[in-house]
Design a protein. Structure first.
Length: 279
């Protein structure tokens, strides 16, 4: 099991960068495709990526990829720092959701300190030592770990894992590492959501806590995950004569594999969108 993992997924998340709107689809909700400036005049292509997770959970993203992309501003530039930070948080949320759904992680394991451990480097090293101790007995092959900093400044870890866990094993391993602390295991429920979707929503709120206002260096690790979680992705070919219907093609593919279309997000300033089967 590989301890460290910084994954950056596509910006295919409700509330993505740029102006956007989020709503559920309505019957007969079809509209002409919006042509952007230089949209189909430079030999670009439409891209549709479907991610079927099973059990009625799936998501799809679509976008137009021009043949030549504009050169972006330098990372870390002071006036762009806030925008980079928001994009990084959105990418992390997307990837954490994809990893949890792909691995069917459905239980939350929380590791806490009794001491006020404010050094993130130490907290990260402690997690690595703990993972090495439990990897052979870990119930489930994968995990996704998200750090949270409490109001007093202390770090602790939330781990998405699969299935019921041996509480005594985890507590013994954690105490061997930190000396004094505690663990907790539960199956979270968020609104009407249960299982992997509830867990993904639960952990998403921690991805921005403690990582803003210059608290971490740009592009720092916002989460860690076991190596080898295979996110199912299916590229859908869009024929040239169907580029104007890319949105409808993507939504049909989602409905075909999941049986429903829940939320739809669309960019206001470019040809891009994302939809999922849940609400």
């Amino acid at each position: 099991m590989h301890e460290h993992g910084e994954y950056h997924g596509e910006a295919a998340v409700a509330g993505g960068s740029g102006g956007a709107r989020v709503r559920a689809p309505r019957a007969g909700d079809a509209r002409p495709h919006r042509l952007d400036q230089r949209t189909y005049l430079d030999g670009g292509r439409c891209r549709v990526i479907l991610r079927p997770y099973g059990d009625g959970l799936a998501e799809v993203g679509w976008s137009f990829v021009p043949a030549s992309l504009p050169i972006g501003a330098a990372k870390g530039k002071a006036e762009d720092r806030a925008a980079h930070e928001l994009r990084a948080i959105r990418r992390a949320r997307s990837t954490v959701r994809q990893l949890i759904l792909a691995a069917s992680l459905d239980h939350l394991l929380t590791l806490t300190y009794r001491a006020n451990v404010t050094d993130y480097g130490r907290a990260s090293a402690d997690l690595s030592r703990y993972i090495r101790k439990v990897r052979r007995s870990f119930l489930g092959a994968h995990y996704v770990a998200v750090p949270e900093q409490q109001q007093r400044g202390a770090w602790h870890w939330h781990l998405a894992v699969r299935g019921r866990q041996d509480v005594y094993l985890h507590r013994a391993a954690w105490l061997q590492v930190v000396g004094d602390g505690n663990i907790d295991v539960k199956a979270p429920v968020v609104g009407a959501s249960r299982g992997p979707l509830a867990l993904a929503r639960y952990l998403s709120k921690y991805l921005s806590k403690g990582f803003t206002a210059g608290n971490r260096r740009l592009n720092g690790h916002r989460f860690r995950a076991s190596h080898g979680i295979a996110i199912p992705e299916r590229a859908i070919e869009v024929p040239p004569d169907q580029r104007g219907n890319v949105r409808e093609l993507a939504l049909k593919a989602l409905a075909d594999v999941a049986g429903a279309v829940g939320f739809i997000w669309e960019s206001d300033d470019r040809t891009a969108g994302w939809a999922c089967s849940w609400k």
